[in-house]
Design a protein around this ligand. Sequence first.
Ligand code: ZN
Length: 102
Amino acid sequence: MNSSSTNIATSSSARLNKKQKTSGPNFDEIWSFYQQGPNKGNGHYKATHFYCSTSWEHGKPQTMKAHLANYCSKCPENISSYWQQKLVEKSNNSSNFKELFK
Ligand SMILES: [Zn+2]
């Protein structure tokens, strides 16, 4: 006898805590290209790439950027070259590294 169907209309519209994070300490531009999953601790989130569905349990921005720049096969060329540039800029201190991209 399970006719206790109490139709509770959960009309509390699923209002996600969707803050438009375009700045702030935790925002990295890289997240525009990845789906951010649950926090896995240590400030790392699960990351899934929109283009190729590559995912990491603990997404590290540096790894994710390198993926876009060098490893993703689905990434449009303008995006990968954009991130190649960014990675080069970041390692401006190392002249050796710069030599590689001449
Ligand atoms: Zn990818």
